[in-house]
Write a protein that binds this ligand. Structure first.
Ligand SMILES: [Zn+2]
Length: 635
């Protein structure tokens, strides 16, 4: 008796994956899997991919067995238009064939192994036509609004925010188009809720979540102890290690592989860890090397080498990042919405979640559109696309500049953010984009449109280095208070701000938050300056320096903070220049850069315009910095 050899098992997407044929999934107990060359995934009759699952190859069906040699492959069927059309809706899948509509079917119904065969019989088509129709549907063009409609299942409102978070997570798979997001808001609005919920659509093995860790514990928690020579075969380490080190067969290091991962910091990371990760966060270096010392059991010390690999899509759901962190890591600042409607909707969701946890879980897991988006993410990942090319970058730049007649140095940080958004949309729709060589696609006009639309919604605060929430407080509370009834710009006592905040939002603003965070942030953005009340020296007043803002039109900050930019009149530049110089002369002697900008902005009406002049004067040698750090006019 010869034993029949057990069929070889392999992990779908793993190194042993034969990448062709038919298989059954041991993990899901389904026997109707095909390998799809076009999408590099194993897919079952119900349209779901099985990457990471344990599979067993099935004997290949020959053309005789299937009764025909001209069988169209599933790959072809997916690419071409078939006889069946499928659409995923909130209630389930709908199928159209021969002028008839079938469905909607819930995922539960569709998971039955006979479902495809039965439906095929009713539609009078082959089962694989149905599968192909579903696969085509996963690849269809999707708009930002449709994306947001799905994300709304668990993240109510928070319009630009959830899209930006999702796009950044999609971009994790690219070589270097990931960006860093910082959440800044009142503690109760749940800063980590949005990234953690959105991360649900992404594969588990890509996520890394940390609560404020010291560098050493971070390395140990994530790192793997591996031979250096082995790593060197996978990663280019020349320039990081010298020849001798690389030749040392016995040498082991801790590899912290963050490449293409979603990295969520739940708390403020240890400042030392931030320092260390910085070259990676700012995309200056993809591979970092550090030495750490560990205590050994006998009370001695042992030094170890750590290699950190980037890049990742990073989310800081932390206490307020310092201005310095923001600058150096180029954070895109977002705030969860805290409107009454948002809170009410979030509570509704919470009621259902807590009321019946099991039912809620099931609802989430069988939500057809959530499953659809998860599956789409899977296929986007499997596409292996790592680069997105924007074919006419100069046009994007031109359009960016149109609304920004005065440029601040920080535009160099803002513009790449816009480019990332455009790339994110392209990758989300990679199936309908033109393929370029070497794992690349071309972004199209639609992506540019969507990218701009999304960017303009967070542009105003971000271009000032403010979180949307801080900016909103400025726009909705402080600025209105600073306008007297006859249109004068008056100083606002801080107690007034707190009072108006409570009236407007129905919750108190802690004094500390106003005086230590919000006002200083607005001051460093040049929107506000504070002075003692001349009539009562115990009181500090906030003045809006204000007027014009960097980014243009009125619909560019979302629903919560409309900005109107007064038309820049064609002013006589020479005359204005003289007036700015006059302001600086009036100070007499030395002054700080901030002070000068403040005085100049009395003429230009905005901080950026003011700094523009200062920089020009400096370039012309009119303005110079002394060894004491203060500035002086030279003539
Ligand atoms: Zn499976």
């Amino acid at each position: 008796m010869s034993a029949v050899p057990a069929p070889a098992r392999f992990t779908a997407g793993g190194p042993e994956d034969p990448q062709s044929g038919m298989a059954q999934c041991v993990t899901c107990n389904r026997s109707d899997l095909h390998y799809l060359n076009g999408q590099h995934v194993w897919i079952s009759g119900n349209g779901e991919s099985h990457t990471g699952h344990e599979l067993e190859l099935l004997p290949e069906r020959t053309s005789q067995q299937t009764g025909g040699s001209e069988e169209t492959s599933l790959d072809d069927l997916v690419r071409l238009h078939g006889k069946v059309e499928a659409d995923c809706t909130e209630d389930g899948w709908v199928f159209l064939a021969n002028g008839e509509r079938f469905g909607s079917f819930s995922l539960k119904e569709m998971n039955g192994t006979q479902f495809d065969v039965d439906l095929a019989f009713r539609l009078e088509v082959e089962p694989k036509e149905i599968l192909a129709a579903r696969l085509r549907n996963y690849r269809k063009e999707i708009t930002a609004e449709e994306l947001s409609g799905i994300l709304t299942s668990t993240v109510k409102r928070d319009e630009p925010t959830k899209k930006i978070v999702f796009l950044n997570m999609v971009l994790a798979q690219t070589n270097e188009d990931q960006f860093n997001v910082g959440f800044e808001a009142e503690s109760s609005t749940g800063k980590s809720y949005i990234p953690l919920e959105i991360a649900e659509y992404f594969p588990d093995d890509e996520k890394r979540t940390y609560a404020g860790a010291s560098p050493t514990s971070f390395y140990h928690e994530v790192g793997r102890w591996r031979p250096l020579s082995e790593i060197a075969q996978e990663v280019e380490l020349k320039g990081v290690f010298d020849k001798e080190e690389l030749a040392d067969e016995k040498r082991k290091v801790i590899l912290v592989n963050l490449e293409r991962k979603l990295l969520v910091f739940m708390d403020q990371p240890h400042w030392m860890l931030m320092e260390k990760l910085r070259p990676l966060l700012s995309h200056d270096k993809k591979i970092l090397r550090y030495a750490i010392t560990d205590r050994t059991g006998k009370g001695g010390l042992r030094s170890k080498t750590v290699i950190i690999l980037g890049y990742s899509s990073v989310f800081f759901c932390t206490a307020k990042p310092t201005q310095d962190d923001q600058e150096k890591t180029r954070l895109t600042l977002l705030s969860p919405e805290a409107s009454q409607e948002k809170i009410r909707e979030a509570l509704w969701l919470q009621a259902h979640k807590i009321g019946d946890r099991r039912a809620f879980r099931e609802w989430i897991e069988t939500h057809p559109l959530r499953r659809w988006l998860k599956e789409r993410v899977h296929i986007i990942r499997a596409s292996g696309i790592k680069e997105i090319i924007i074919p006419a970058p100069e046009k994007v730049l031109e359009r960016f500049l149109e609304k920004r007649p005065r440029l601040a140095p920080r535009a160099q940080r803002d513009f790449p953010r816009l480019m990332s958004f455009i790339k994110g949309f392209a990758l989300l729709n990679c199936f309908t984009r033109t393929l370029a060589e070497d794992h690349a696609i071309l972004a199209d006009d639609q992506d540019v449109e969507e990218g701009f639309r999304l960017y303009e919604q967070v542009a105003s605060p971000n271009e000032l280095g403010l979180s949307p929430e801080t900016y909103r407080i400025y726009e909705e509370i402080i600025r209105p208070l600073s306008q007297s009834s006859n249109g004068e710009n008056i100083g606002v006592p801080r107690t007034e701000i707190i009072k108006r905040y409570l009236q407007t939002y129905g919750r108190p603003m802690p004094w500390e938050r106003l005086t230590k965070q919000i006002l200083p942030a607005l001051e460093s953005a040049g929107l506000v300056h504070q002075e003692k009340n001349p009539d009562d020296k115990r009181e500090t007043l906030a003045y809006c320096t204000d007027v014009a803002r960097i980014s243009g039109d009125s619909n560019n900050t979302g629903n919560n903070s409309a900005v109107t930019r007064p038309e820049i009149s064609k002013r006589c530049i020479a005359e204005e220049r003289d007036r700015v110089l006059g302001k600086l002369r009036a100070i007499g002697g030395r002054f700080s850069w901030d002070d000068a900008a403040l005085r100049a902005s009395e003429v230009t009406g905005d901080r950026l315009g003011a700094e523009d002049y200062l920089e020009r004067f400096q370039a012309e040698g009119l303005l110079a910095q002394g060894p004491d750090g203060y500035w002086r006019l030279t003539k």
